[in-house]
Design a protein around this ligand. Structure first.
Ligand SMILES: NC(=O)C1=CN([C@@H]2O[C@H](COP(=O)(O)OP(=O)(O)OC[C@H]3O[C@@H](n4cnc5c(N)ncnc54)[C@H](OP(=O)(O)O)[C@@H]3O)[C@@H](O)[C@H]2O)C=CC1
Ligand SMILES: CC[C@](O)(C(C)=O)C(=O)O
Ligand SMILES: [Mg+2]
Ligand SMILES: [Mg+2]
Length: 491
């Protein structure tokens, strides 16, 4: 065992990183048939396990859960999740030998021990599935030759996998078959049926590789999706309070503001989100985001380099071996931030006010989306995949902050994402210290145009609009969104 990616030649690395094909709806006409009547056993009933299982059962598949013995004996939350939803639950010995498909939906840290325990019990020719390829790519786990190994990775938190499915939509999903484990050539058919069962085909499916999924997923979650939303929440809240804005108002503006402004992003990309601002505010947001991009670019690039080279995974695995000291310390520190401790005030904020009084938040989102997209595509990740891991998923993560702030986001995302989020946040906040010194309430907490007049330089506005609309994330986004015909509004 060792870092599998690092054992490949440069040519193979680049080939794997660039594996990404947007699948046409016509490729899913067989629906869930490849898995119909098959026994599907999910290991773990947490964020992904529960929500994927609910969708798959509603899609007509046979789902049961296997949990470690202690979880069953002590009736832990995973046991409650499964039994209260009417699923059959059993031990590994009871259920794994009956399974045609085993979904490993335990935390990445546990994969080596879980796969080690489950694999000997799996019947010959069965399939093992992951929703994140860390164990295969970064730890180099080798799976029994007779087993098929697939990945179906929703580009989204588990809660939203369920919510989007209930809305009749789905979440973009990346599927892959591990080249070294497809002895019967059935991997792709099963992965496609699984993606249909979770609703992924309605939002868009990419046929990809374990490697491309891991490297892009880690990058998205550490930077724009979670890291920058955490940094932005803390910095914007502290600034508003320091400048005399009511703390309840500041708390509400941020808690629900990310969800509201990124809903504009989800529908019409950065262009639409920025168009929701008045013209003077849009120009200001553009200038702020350009400055933010210059300051944060080296940090985004460092995260991408560390992920590609394996430094990130080595550091996180060292923390696993150290009883998660960093993860737990950072988690406790996040709970003590003033943003987290200040409840949202009972104040009406209209949808438009979130944009007008949140110009800096809009600027942060634009900067983060574009930087993450640029760092991924510069490293050989295909634009569609980079789009899902930056622009499309940001609103889905923002939804979690609207529910119960950073606590909710960090509980709902995987432990791997949570670790990466804190790592980025702790590096990013100091980088933005000088930038934040110049920030006043005209761009966070109060409407921009009111204090700055309505005058606009036409030439400047045309230049800004062109820069926004011509960014490559907008080009690929336009194409990908055109296939998301079942998308439903939530704000
Ligand atoms: N969170 C998310 O939204 C996303 C996660 N993923 C990926 O999905 C996978 C699952 O992550 P996530 O849903 O966050 O995981 P959770 O932490 O939410 O769920 C973990 C589940 O695994 C069980 N578990 C924990 N430790 C062990 C162990 N040693 N042996 C057996 N079971 C164990 C837990 O039950 P108990 O402790 O009671 O035994 C619980 O049911 C990961 O690979 C992750 O990267 C992919 C996309 C998004
Ligand atoms: C954004 C974090 C994620 O990758 C996800 C929800 O897609 C995770 O690991 O939780
Ligand atoms: Mg992800
Ligand atoms: Mg992840």
């Amino acid at each position: 065992m060792g870092n599998y990616f690092n054992t490949l030649s440069l040519r193979d690395k680049l080939d794997q990183l660039s594996k990404c094909r947007f699948m046409d709806a016509s490729e899913f006409t067989d629906g869930v048939n490849a898995l119909k009547g098959k026994k599907i056993v999910i290991v773990g009933c947490g964020a992904q396990g529960l929500n994927q299982g609910l969708n798959m059962r509603d899609s007509g598949l046979d789902i049961s859960y296997t949990l470690r013995d202690a979880a069953i004996a002590e009736k832990r939350q995973s046991f409650i999740n499964a039994t209260e939803n009417g699923f059959n639950v059993g031990t590994y010995q009871e259920l794994i030998p009956t399974a045609d498909l085993v979904l490993n939906l335990t935390p990445d840290k546990q994969h080596t021990s879980v796969v080690g325990a489950v694999m000997p019990l799996m019947k010959k020719g069965a399939t093992l599935s992951y929703s994140h390829g860390f164990n295969i790519v970064e730890e180099g786990t080798q799976v029994r030759e007779d087993l098929t190994v697939i990945m179906v990775a929703p580009k989204c938190p588990g809660t939203e996998v369920r919510e989007e499915y209930k809305r009749g939509f789905g979440v973009p999903t990346l599927i892959a078959v591990h080249d070294e484990n497809d002895p019967e050539g059935k991997g792709w058919a099963q992965a496609k049926a699984y993606a249909v069962a979770t609703g992924g085909d309605k939002a868009g499916v990419l046929a990809s590789s374990f490697i491309a999924e891991v490297k892009s997923d880690l990058m998205g979650e550490q930077t724009i999706l979670c890291g920058l939303l955490q940094t932005g929440s803390i910095l914007c809240f502290d600034k508003m309070v320091e400048e005399g804005i009511d703390a309840g108002y500041a708390s509400k503006l941020i808690q629900y503001g990310w969800e509201t402004v990124t809903e504009g992003l989800k529908y019409g990309g950065v262009t639409n989100m920025m168009d929701r601002l008045s013209n003077p505010a849009k120009i200001k947001a553009f200038e702020l985001s350009e400055e933010l991009k210059d300051i944060m670019r080296p940090l985004f690039q460092k995260h991408m380099d560390d992920i590609i080279e394996g430094h990130f995974s080595a550091g996180m695995m060292a923390d696993w071996a150290n009883d998660d000291k960093d993860l737990l310390g950072w988690r406790a520190a996040t709970a003590e931030t003033n943003f987290e401790k200040t409840p949202a005030g009972d104040i009406e904020i209209s949808e438009q006010e979130y944009y007008d009084n949140g110009v800096l938040m809009v600027a942060m989102v634009r900067a983060g989306v574009e930087l993450a997209f640029e760092a991924m595509t510069d490293s050989g990740i295909i634009d569609a995949s980079a789009y899902y891991e930056s622009l499309h998923e940001t609103p889905l993560i923002a939804n979690t902050i609207a529910r119960r702030k950073l606590y909710e986001m960090n509980s709902v995302i995987s432990d791997t994402a949570e670790y990466g989020c804190y790592l980025f946040d702790h590096a990013c906040k100091p980088l933005l210290t000088d930038f934040m010194k110049n920030i006043k309430t005209d761009v966070i907490g109060k409407p921009y145009a009111k204090d700055n007049g309505e005058g606009v330089d036409n030439a400047k506005l045309i230049e800004v609009n062109a820069a926004l609309r011509n960014h490559p994330v907008e080009k690929v986004g336009e194409f990908l969104r055109s296939s998301m015909t079942a998308m439903k509004p939530i704000v």
